[in-house]
Design a protein around this ligand. Structure first.
Ligand code: SAM
Length: 220
């Protein structure tokens, strides 16, 4: 297409309107966080101009930063409150963690690839989110028993089934877990809400994620 390329500010405003609001993202705090966290800082340099495109983008080490709609939808389903402690599995670029930090959460995020973790840590520090996000290197598929019970858990990689450890570490008092579940090629986005010893599972529809690799996920 010829003609001037829209500015990143315009692309971000269009993303909010056409990719999120018109597709049903309604939580004003989520929309505000998506409008204020600079996604272009979380993608490789060559991809800055595509930062607000309606798709996942490659980051380093064969991984991806999820499509803006999926980040917003997972955040909305997680229904965080300021001050919530959130366990994230799959730091990747750190973008999802930054959105949660922007919403006032304190995040512990696990990443199995040390280089990605280091890059995300440096990025979040530079953008002012470092105090609110602790990044740990390791297999997060078994959760973080020391921090349990977790009021909120978000898994940003696809699991073959809901890992038992994450179910158990969820706060019995209304804890929420958002996780893509299914085979490697396609999954369903699942919301699990725990009340006492009952776990209510709801599907939010189809999605596609890179695999969760580890004891509670797929073999490497
Ligand atoms: N939340 C990320 C973001 O905002 O950029 C996107 C995450 S990317 C789709 C999935 C990430 O999960 C990859 O970086 C991958 O290395 C990581 N991962 C996969 N299995 C994991 C595991 N068992 N523990 C921790 N991280 C894992």
């Amino acid at each position: 297409m010829n003609g001037p390329r829209p500015s990143l500010d315009q692309a971000r405003a269009d993303m909010i309107e056409y990719q999120l609001r018109l597709r049903g993202i309604a939580d004003p705090r989520v929309l505000q966080a998506m409008a204020e966290v600079p996604r272009e800082e979380f993608v490789p340099d060559w991809a800055r101009r595509y930062a607000y495109a309606d798709e996942a983008l490659p980051i380093a080490h064969g991984q991806t930063i999820s499509q803006p709609y999926i980040v917003a939808r997972m955040t909305e389903l997680l229904a965080v409150r300021p001050g919530d402690r959130v366990l994230e599995i799959g730091t990747g670029s750190g973008y999802q963690a930054a959105i949660l930090a922007h919403l006032g959460c304190s995040v512990v995020s696990y990443e199995r690839q040390a280089e990605l973790a280091a890059e995300a840590r440096e990025r979040l520090e530079r953008l002012g989110y470092g105090r609110f996000v602790e990044i740990r290197v390791g297999d997060g598929s078994l959760g973080d028993p020391e921090g349990a019970p977790w009021p909120r858990i978000i898994v940003t990689a696809a699991a073959p089934r809901i890992p038992e450890a994450l179910r158990e570490q969820l706060d019995p008092d209304g804890g929420r877990l958002v996780i893509p579940v299914g085979p490697r090629t396609h999954q369903e986005l699942m919301l699990v809400v725990r009340r006492g010893d009952e776990w209510q599972e709801t599907s939010d529809g189809p999605c596609v994620f890179v695999p969760l690799i580890g004891e509670g996920g797929f073999p490497g």
